[in-house]
Write a protein that binds this ligand. Structure first.
Ligand SMILES: [Fe+2]
Length: 286
């Protein structure tokens, strides 16, 4: 596992790159790579499908987990509209992949998304669905819940929708909402860490942490064992959060740190993103 710590960047800071997906024959498709594993090619990216995009009869070597940010796509004639979600395991058969009006999709690949010939998987996959398949979730149809949320972080007024959970590995994907005007009591709190990777894409609103203020499009990939927080939110937030390579449990630091709604931008970035460290980003507001 060699995906470096990325915490945090804003997707609008990155350029769209044509042919950003090595080994994929999809055209036209532009890509913003948010994080990438240099060993196995795993990556998290924004994919931009042009209106009229169409492809058919292929298989991927990677699990393809997706969340639709803009527009919509159709896979095997099944529609994935705004905030549509799926987990399509490696070996899933894509009879067709199209986008009538164009789309921007948040995409997670556990390994490099190499395209394999249709025929290579047809024999084994024709009789049964690949393990772990979540063909589609209408996330608006799911209820919000506070079940299984650590009471110690409820000063953030958290609620979530669990889109995917694999008990055997701990892998989990959730939509997570925080309340507005939330902050640690007395503006002081201990820090947290987990034994697993925590990954987040901020879908809307704002979250303030010790590394700066995250707005819509903020992204981090945080390896295990990294202290983080405390956090608060002036305007509330909705994010997509994944726990990877382990079970999510909160370990608290002994020492409490002060919390501020006006932190400096202090990211941890790999060399290819290091130039962004001196470019704090925020959306126009006035
Ligand atoms: Fe965390």
């Amino acid at each position: 596992m060699a995906r470096p710590h990325v915490e945090f960047i804003h997707a609008p800071q990155l350029p769209w790159v044509e042919s950003g997906l090595q080994g994929w024959a999809w055209r036209p498709l532009a890509c913003k790579t948010l994080s990438a594993d240099t060993d196995n090619g795993g990556m998290t990216a924004l994919l931009q499908f042009a209106p009229g995009f169409t492809d058919r009869e292929f298989v991927l070597a990677a699990d393809f987990e997706l969340f639709v940010l803009e527009g919509g796509i159709e896979i095997n004639s099944r529609e994935y509209g705004l905030d549509g979600y799926a987990f399509l395991p490696a070996g899933y058969r894509y009879q067709s992949l199209t986008s009538r009006a164009g789309a921007v999709v948040l995409a997670f690949f556990n390994v490099g998304p190499a395209r394999k010939p249709w025929a290579s998987a047809s024999a084994s996959a024709s009789a049964s669905e690949p393990n772990g398949l979540i063909e589609r979730i209408d996330t608006y149809a799911m209820p919000w819940t506070t079940a299984d949320i650590d009471p110690a972080v409820q000063f953030l007024r958290l609620s979530h929708k669990v889109l995917r959970y694999v008990p055997a590995t701990g892998a989990k994907t959730i939509l997570l909402a925080t309340g507005a005007q939330t902050h640690p009591r007395d503006f002081r709190e201990a820090q947290l860490q987990h034994d697993c990777v925590e990954e987040m894409y901020l879908l809307g609103g704002e979250i303030t942490g010790e590394r700066g203020v995250m707005y819509e499009g903020a992204y981090f990939w945080r390896p295990p064992g990294k202290w983080h927080g405390p956090f608060g939110s002036r305007r509330g937030s909705l994010s997509l959060v994944r726990f990877v390579d382990g079970h999510h449990q909160n370990t608290w630091s002994q020492q409490a740190l002060p919390f501020s709604f006006e932190p400096d931008y202090q990211p941890e970035l790999p060399a290819e993103l290091a130039a962004l460290a001196s470019q704090p980003w925020s959306p126009p507001r006035h």
